[in-house]
Design a binder for this molecule. Sequence first.
Ligand code: ADP
Length: 365
Amino acid sequence: SSYLKLLEENRLLYNQVQDLKGNIRVYCRVRPFLPKQSDRRSTVEHIGENGNIVIVDHNKQGKDARKIFAFNKVFGEKTTQSEIFSDTQPLIRSVLDGYNVCIFAYGQTGSGKTYTMSGPDITAEETWGVNYRALNDLFEISQSRQGIISYEVSVQMIEIYNEQVRDLLVVDGSNRRYPFILLYIRNYSQLNGLNIPDASLVAVKCTKDVLELMKVGQGNRVVGATVLNERSSRSHSVLTIHVQGKELASGSKLRGCLHLVDLAGSERVDKSEATGDRLKEAQHINRSLSALGDVISALAQKSSHIPYRNSKLTQVLQDSLGGQAKTLMFVHLNPEANAFGETISTLKFAERVASIELGAAQVNK
Ligand code: ADP
């Protein structure tokens, strides 16, 4: 009877997944004002039903001052981490049914990307971000299917900085890995969803294992960085959870991949001020973010040519962007009036990604 229950669960799951109309979704999340901020004028004037958001330019008057954008969903500043996750959950669960899924966090530095993906405080479970909740969920569900499907889960963590891929799960730059959690490293060059054959793939048994690995990865991320935030906001980090399932009765196999991608800050660097390394970084970031935008927008428009080759990021994620794969992008907004310029450019990116319409707001004030 447990098998039948599982089938029923699966059916509901598939329905839910199908409810995520189309394979590309864009969600917008507005972060609250931070305690120390004195200027409390918000550029977010209104969040409507059906994913609309009205942005106001405080330096302009009347109708010209407002623009309306539409997303699959908009989450206001009061949205909790658990509310964010409940909308993401069906997507994550589909990984165990053999789908490839990418979840991106996009936005300028300080807009809340890390908050959404990781959360502010790992010791406070209610503040956990999408990453930890997703892992818990994956392990819980795979446990509940024990005896029916057996799952093997492994993790890869890389950083893309200036179009170079770095393995974040290597200790001391050597091949010595993690005896404390390492169960095996398999030859996975033939696996789908993983296009970085020489980066470590580490087998894990539970969320705690992954948390350990993420700590190692975070530590490796800052090696060579002058300031912690500098480096992590100037590079893309990709945490990949690879799942292999085997149905015990039939012996049939499935594979799924979940990529959790914390993108580099999208802020434009003032070209007149940036020089040397900073300018190079900025150019790489601009190029790779727009390459990502081009790929997603080509997919959304069902274009026959998808330009994966234009950046490392899109190459790495190629198997998980398009086809049956599912993409969710969280676009983050900083509501501060002085962030207006970046907010508009973030929204324009999102508009392109999701073929979202932009127009003058029909708001009577
Ligand atoms: P990013 O990763 O985009 O640079 P962070 O996630 O570090 O931005 O967020 C910047 C600051 O705003 C942090 O202090 C973070 O705790 C706070 N913050 C971001 N989003 C929220 C939120 N939804 N609720 C409360 N605080 C938030």
